[in-house]
Ligand binder design. Sequence first.
Ligand SMILES: Nc1nc2c(ncn2[C@@H]2O[C@H](COP(=O)(O)OP(=O)(O)O)[C@@H](O)[C@H]2O)c(=O)[nH]1
Ligand SMILES: [Mg+2]
Length: 360
Amino acid sequence: MKLLLVGGFLASGKTTAIYSAAKLLKASGRKAGILTNDQGKQQVDTGFIRGKGFPNEEVAGSCFCCNFNAMSGGIQRLHEDIQPDIIFAESVGSCADLAATIINPLLTLQPDRYNIVLSVFADIRLLVAFLKNEQPVFHENVSYIYQKQLDEADIIVANKIDLLSVPELDHAKAVISDAFPDKIILYQNSLSEKGIQHWLDACENFHNATLRPALNIDYDKYGAGEAELAWLDEEVGIVSEDKNAVKAALLLADTVYNKIKAGNYPIGHLKFLLDNGRSQTKISFSPFGDTNSMEQHTMEESAKAVLLVNARVQTAPQVLQDIITEAIVETENTTASKITEYTTTAFQPGYPRPTYRIIA
Ligand SMILES: Nc1nc2c(ncn2[C@@H]2O[C@H](COP(=O)(O)OP(=O)(O)O)[C@@H](O)[C@H]2O)c(=O)[nH]1
Ligand SMILES: [Mg+2]
């Protein structure tokens, strides 16, 4: 079974690429199953993938490596339920050491079953800034995770090349190929079918059934990196007598983003799933995210909407909780809407304790 394990930092474009690849495969009569993952329990990515109608299993409340059995169970269920040609498994963006904790255990437990490729995605702008060590965006322990993710890749996907000019891309290619002379590197635009097809072809052509070498990783530093980041998951309901619940939801998203920016808290990924009862849209702000959701989205207006917030930001959980509370009050006042918090959790990921760690 072909298992495409898709790792890489927060907001690097993993879900976008998986969704586009699954669509392409479907168009050519092939079936994809998708396993989503996050330490949070209410995942924008899971809602997005299910909303698009793709077969999905989810590992929630833990990364894959710390709940290996949930991950392998999810793969097994996808296999039994839909007999997919390919399974995509997207690991949470703060996770590293996947070769030793996921690939090697799968290859050891069922040696003849899996044909695994680990693609590690990176936003090409962040990758170049990281490699040139220019004004680090994140704490050094977070950057440590970033480095370790790249070190163990079978394929590095330097993504979002459409956001660079031709000279910038040439420069980026020189910096990246210099840093990873022995790796397969794809320079990709995941918004283009051609880019996605090229990635799928590279994964199809990659074969390595042997145990991967051990990554030299200091778990205390890795754990400290994860602890620098705060997670907030919150679902709110918006009711508007003036039938502008969508506008209120978009304003809430922008207000949360602007407050995080104003506090200078580096954004790993700030994402929202907006549902007006008839359709859904995903809104994303990344470390370089200067997207304004009000300009981007033209969803049909509605008297009611539900907004799921997933914020992964370098700060303390309470800071995120306060920001969302303030943003709700401001949005209610500006739009004359009523916003109810249905569920909320804010936390830091715990120390990584993998179920298995098998080294070659
Ligand atoms: N311009 C551009 N944006 C991209 C590309 N790939 C992903 N994105 C955007 O990057 C953001 C984060 O993408 P997502 O797939 O959710 O990242 P993940 O956290 O790694 O799963 C979203 O706004 C995507 O639309 C790309 O190749 N080009
Ligand atoms: Mg994702």
